[in-house]
Ligand binder design. Structure first.
Ligand code: FMN
Ligand code: SF4
Ligand code: SF4
Length: 283
């Protein structure tokens, strides 16, 4: 397996009084940055190969590794940790919904901060962690964004390029206060973007999509309603200066937006999907 070379700013320390030379850390190092030294203790002869995934740190059975100053006792232990059961996760997958009717009020700031800070844990290709979470946390912030959004579309409408009907007509309705098809009148939105200029980022689109799914799951676990905002991506293709101007997202930057707020509706049951997942078994 090969990965991008990284800046070496990590410190790998092994407590030789604890290490039992089991080799688990070396075996689980996907980028082969670690190897067993002459005495059998793990060493890192090629630190430039390290992707800082901390698998070595996480797998060590005796907590002998300190990684970049992070000690085993600082980490969440896996033993005894309450995790959702398979039934709970499956139940949630059946009743999770994309909510398109939000209550007026803002969401609790503390809960939002907790959700967003936990998103630092989402997986990214090669552990590049190049994601940015741009949050519009209140209705006030969203309304200001909506205003810029309509303004950008209106400015475009007067230009030489014709806007498609699906964009122009709802924008006119939005300006007239007749509904917000694009952002569902949500009181909050987070735009998750990657950094396509960072050579360590190898899978930006998938990183963004994965982070959206984790956001949806965690936000709904906190009692928030969420909706995938595919419209913003479609709009960005037509009016690319919109996000460049408002949030500094370049035309080439992979991104996706998630709307959130408190739900104005209650779903009483899951849906009965009419198509199963297409599964191809190659046996
Ligand atoms: C979009 C994406 C692509 C990935 N591709 C690979 C891959 O090709 N091979 C691999 O071993 N791990 C792959 N990973 C796993 C990451 O390397 C891993 O998430 C990261 O190192 C952090 O480790 P963790 O998921 O155990 O926290 C991928 C992860 C994501 C999100
Ligand atoms: S952090 Fe990951 S890549 Fe770096 S030495 Fe540990 S296991 Fe290997
Ligand atoms: S996993 Fe821990 S105990 Fe095993 S070799 Fe690595 S540092 Fe030593």
């Amino acid at each position: 397996m090969f990965g991008p070379k990284r800046k070496i700013d990590m410190l790998f320390e092994v407590d030789k009084t604890k290490c039992v030379k089991c080799g688990a850390c070396v075996k689980d190092c996907a980028f082969r940055a670690l190897k067993a030294g002459a005495e059998g203790y793990p060493e890192i002869p090629k630190p430039e190969k390290c992707m800082r995934c901390q698998h070595c740190f996480a797998i060590c059975p005796v907590g002998a590794i300190t990684f970049n100053g992070h000690r085993p006792e600082d980490a969440v232990p896996t033993r005894g940790l309450a995790l959702p059961t398979a039934d709970e996760v499956e139940n949630w997958m059946q009743v999770r919904r994309s909510t398109r009717q939000f209550r007026k009020e803002d969401v609790d700031r503390g809960a939002l901060e907790r959700i967003l800070s936990r998103l630092g844990d989402v997986p990214t290709g090669c552990n590049a962690r190049g994601l940015t979470f741009t949050c519009f946390p209140t209705r006030r912030a969203m309304d200001a964004f909506r205003e810029e959004f309509i303004h950008a579309i209106e400015a475009h409408r007067d230009g030489p390029k014709l806007l498609p009907r699906w964009l122009a007509v709802p924008a006119i309705r939005m300006r007239a206060g007749k509904g917000d098809m694009f952002f569902r009148d949500a009181p909050g939105m987070v735009i998750i973007s990657s950094d396509e200029t960072n050579p360590a980022v190898t899978t930006p689109e998938a990183d963004v999509a994965a982070a959206c799914a984790y956001f949806e799951m965690l936000a709904q676990a906190h009692g928030l309603a969420t909706c995938w905002c595919g419209f913003l991506q479609l709009v960005q293709r037509e009016v690319p200066e919109l996000l460049e101007k408002t949030v500094g997202i370049r035309r080439t930057t992979p991104f996706y937006a998630m709307l959130f707020g408190k739900s104005a509706v209650a779903y009483r049951r899951g849906v009965c999907r009419e198509t199963d997942a297409t599964i191809v078994w190659k046996e």
